[in-house]
Write a protein that binds this ligand. Structure first.
Ligand code: PLP
Length: 309
């Protein structure tokens, strides 16, 4: 049995009225770990166990690490999650509560990741990557396979991009579903616009720094496959600012009574981009969710942005 849930697709009356389009929401915020990540990570871990894996290591202090801890627990295997000092206490507790061994190592993610890879070499444990792996993309593709059964074919699909794993899975799923003509709107915040940068340069360039409240989008460089898809699928990159992403979180909580991370708010903010919606009569938004959010965090981000959301 897969580790993820088949999530509902909602037709949003309020967002449809606002935009004049039929807006469909794929509610992956309802996954047991709060984000779509369990789809790909669950699939990758399950496949690894079928090939004999006994233990896992992850270096993500975000939704990927949490999903990996959940997947290992569900599969009855051990996992070590190595996170940098910057990982918030709330996420450390979530990961530990899944029975994972949590190790804090290094000031930034790169150091934690090096330690994770070293540990895998030393112990033979399987490394769980956050976004760059074909098994992950195959797992994420299930999101579209479900939508195909749940709703009519949309005129476009909007999603957010961090390292590009979600994008790769969704586009792969769209090709399997016969949606290969349907354009994708790929949203990022300005302080983490690594996909926009890659499309502009024509190669996967690394950003000098990440500066956004949408922490989960903070991959300095997207995976090569995300760039390759742009040559085989209509993909449009859109960059929003932190304020727009945060406002979308507040609006979504008010309208749909669900808290999501600013990483997800970036995708939801597409409803305020008339130039991106021109000519469309329906749109599917991937509500990717995120466990790194609370009422307190929303307020903290709001005051960081000087209270004007
Ligand atoms: C991981 C994540 C993303 C970005 O996904 P990528 O596969 O890295 O592009 C967006 N939103 C949330 C909530 C996430 O956890």
């Amino acid at each position: 049995m897969p580790l993820h849930l088949c999530t509902p697709v909602l037709h949003s009356r309020v967002l449809s009225e606002l935009t004049g389009l039929d807006i469909w929401l794929k509610m992956d915020a309802y996954q047991p770990t709060g984000s779509f990540k369990i789809r790909g990570i669950g699939a990758l871990c399950e496949k690894a166990v079928n090939s004999g894996a006994q233990a896992f290591v992850s270096s993500s202090g975000g939704n990927a690490g949490y999903a990996a801890a959940y997947a290992a627990h569900g599969l009855g295997k051990s996992i070590t999650v190595i996170v940098p000092e910057t990982t918030p206490e709330s996420m450390r507790r979530l990961i530990e509560r899944q029975g994972a061994e949590l190790i804090v190592h290094g000031e930034a993610w790169d150091e934690a990741d090096q330690e994770a890879r070293r540990l895998c070499q030393q112990t033979g444990a399987v490394y769980v990557p956050p976004f760059n792996h074909p098994d992950l993309w195959e797992g994420h593709a299930s999101l579209i396979a479900e939508c195909q059964q749940q709703m009519p074919k949309p005129d476009a699909v909007a999603l957010s991009v961090g390292g590009g794993g979600l994008l790769c899975g969704v586009v792969q799923g769209m090709h399997a579903a016969g949606w290969q003509q349907v354009p994708v709107l790929a949203l990022e915040t300005a302080g983490a616009a690594s996909y926009a940068a890659a499309l502009k340069a024509g190669t996967c360039v690394a950003l000098a720094k990440i500066d956004t409240i949408a922490k989960t989008l903070g991959a300095k460089k997207v995976c090569q496959q995300a760039l390759d898809w742009s040559k085989q699928h209509p993909i449009r990159s859109l960059v929003v600012d932190d304020r727009e992403a945060l406002k979308a979180c507040y609006d979504f909580a008010d309208q749909h009574r669900v808290l999501v991370e600013p990483a997800c708010g970036a995708a939801l903010s597409v409803v305020h981009k008339p130039e991106a919606l021109a000519g469309l009569s329906s749109l599917l938004i991937v509500v990717c969710g995120g466990a790194g959010v609370s009422l307190g965090l929303l307020e903290a981000w709001k005051s960081k942005l000087h209270g004007s959301v």
